[in-house]
Design a protein around this ligand. Structure first.
Ligand code: HEM
Length: 255
């Protein structure tokens, strides 16, 4: 409750500041929310603005942080994965070029495979059937509630051979359709933070791997465990800092 109070205070103060000093050139999410209107021209009120920001922070923080933990686990659990990733990162001319980092193929494949093998959100949010329909022999009636199981889709052997193996190469060898690879859900209610999450995940992993020499605290496998609506590493991926690497031009990404 105390923490909520402190967060609310910070958010409401920020909203008041923005109202007092409007700046039409701002493109951040709070500015966009404050300038948005519904069909009748109504703006969001302050408590609605606060709710939107809290949703973004909570839906966005825990999920992405968990994905980062999983990625660090796989990279350090499988030496070959780490070797290839370090080689790719070392090949970058300018390690502060965020866009170049985001386009690195092996880093991208590692992040995708991380989100495939133990999807942080294992289920989509629920949908309510609007019209009677049939899917693969199953009948759905109006009013029924269904949820997509991301975990089971990602474990299909026909789509992902040896599904229990962490193999980033599968994402280099072929492209998966939005019906096959769905870590962010699907359709018009898919995750709105998808692009931000992937960008953040890649920059954080690249920055950590480039600057720090880490090792897993033990070599026992991590298994997934439900934590609320997320699927998180049961032991929390404990790691040991073995050293700080000397990087010629300090990464701006660290800030
Ligand atoms: C690795 C990180 C993330 C994962 C794995 C993830 C996963 C998901 C999934 C599976 C859904 C349900 C989609 C559906 O029902 O089809 C969802 C919805 C949502 N996510 Fe994310 N998410 C991540 C990061 C973020 C971030 C960074 C934000 C915001 C900044 C965010 C905001 C939301 C919101 C607001 C929804 C509800 C969308 C709606 O109902 O229209 N998520 N996310």
């Amino acid at each position: 409750m105390r923490q909520r109070k402190a967060i609310d205070k910070a958010i409401y103060e920020e909203i008041e500041q923005r109202k007092a000093h409007p700046d039409g050139s701002r493109q951040d999410i709070l500015s966009l929310l404050m300038s948005a209107t519904d069909g009748a021209g109504n703006y969001l009120n302050v408590s609605e603005l606060r709710d939107e920001l809290i949703t973004l922070m909570l839906a966005g923080h825990e999920t992405t942080a968990t994905a980062m933990s999983w990625a660090l686990y796989w990279i350090h659990h499988l030496p070959e994965v780490k070797r290839k990733l370090v080689a790719e990162l070392d090949s970058l001319e300018d390690s502060s070029d965020y866009m170049a980092i985001a386009k690195l193929p092996y880093l991208n494949a590692v992040c995708q495979e991380t989100l495939r093998i133990y999807p942080v959100g294992m289920l989509t949010f629920t949908r309510v059937v609007q019209e009677a329909t049939e899917v693969l022999g199953y009948e759905f009636k109006p009013g029924q509630i269904v949820a997509g199981c991301i975990y089971l889709v990602h474990r299909r052997e026909d789509i992902y051979p040896e599904p229990k193996q962490f193999k980033p190469e599968r994402f280099l060898e072929r492209q998966f359709s939005p019906y096959e690879f769905i870590p962010f859900g699907a359709g018009s209610r898919r995750c709105i933070g998808e692009a931000l999450a992937q960008f953040e995940l890649k920059l954080a992993i690249a920055t950590i791997i480039k600057n720090y020499d880490l090792a897993l605290a033990d070599h026992k496998p991590e298994f997934p465990q439900r934590r609320g609506i997320t699927l998180a590493p049961a032991k929390g991926v404990k790691m040991v800092l073995k050293g700080v690497k000397t990087v010629k031009s300090p990464d701006k990404a660290i800030a």
